[in-house]
Design a binder for this molecule. Structure first.
Ligand code: ZN
Length: 256
């Protein structure tokens, strides 16, 4: 069983390895840990304290070194500690994101989501949004399930106070309040599906929902969020206006 001090140390090391928080904050933390040298061993400790935390290449390199170290430690049988404060988990086959230390991680979404149980649901119209707790380590997460467009789970780590606000007062952080937020996070993480039959797919509904949530949204924005070329976006937008009575701003011209 890990004591509190070791658990806290692991948490801080992982946070730095994941790339959450400023390197300078990690550097300050190092010097407040009298037992860190014993934990890491003399060689690794020396590497850490001689790192220039202003230099991004040096920071990357020490993250990789500490990444191998924290991987070798035992911990809770879940993936929480390895997930960034804001992370994207693909449904089905897993696409490992940067940084390099996770390049060969072999997860499926079941490995990540298998220990997460729902503790609260946001409710309609935000069908994608729920809060979860990990049965292995107790970490709470804000979860946005985008199974309509990019087939991803967007996860955001919840502080205890945020979790309490959700459970006791139904007060939620706004990060995933818009479906558009999930699409943007997916796009920034390099996800973008192409539908085989775009006109017969869910794209029309998604477009209408986005325009309902933000009237006069531009076609160019819809094209970017939904990974569409301009012609297709214009055609779908015209259909959405006619069928769903939403208003879209046509800021691009079809090429034909
Ligand atoms: Zn966990």
């Amino acid at each position: 069983m890990m004591n509190q001090l070791e658990a806290d140390m692991q948490l801080h090391l992982w946070k730095f390895v994941r790339g959450d928080g400023a390197p300078q904050a990690f550097e300050r933390w190092i010097y407040q840990q009298p037992s860190l040298e014993t934990r890491l061993g003399a060689d690794l400790y020396l590497e850490v304290i001689s790192t220039d935390f202003q230099d991004s290449e040096a920071v990357w390199s020490i993250r990789e070194r500490l990444g191998s170290y924290v991987h070798s430690l035992s911990g809770a049988p879940c993936c929480c500690i390895r997930l960034r404060d804001l992370d994207v988990v693909d449904m089905g086959s897993f696409r490992a994101p940067a940084p390099a230390f996770e390049r060969d991680r072999k997860w499926s979404h079941e490995d990540v989501m298998g220990t997460l149980v729902e503790i609260h649901r946001r409710g309609e119209p935000r069908w994608w949004l729920w809060a979860a707790q990990c049965t292995a380590c107790g970490q709470a997460w804000l979860v946005g399930s985008d199974e309509r467009q990019n087939d991803i789970f967007c996860l955001r780590r919840l502080e205890q106070a945020e979790r309490n606000a959700i459970e006791e007062h139904d007060r939620w952080p706004e990060d995933f309040d818009g479906y558009e937020d999930l699409l943007r996070i997916g796009r920034e993480a390099g996800r973008g599906v192409r539908f085989a039959d775009p006109l017969g797919s869910s794209l029309g509904d998604t477009m209408a929902d986005l325009a309902r949530a933000r009237p006069c949204i531009k076609v160019s924005e819809l094209a970017s969020l939904l990974n569409l070329d301009d012609d297709l976006a214009v055609e779908l937008a015209h259909r959405a206006e006619a069928r769903d009575g939403v208003t879209i701003t046509f800021d691009v011209e079809p090429s034909k």
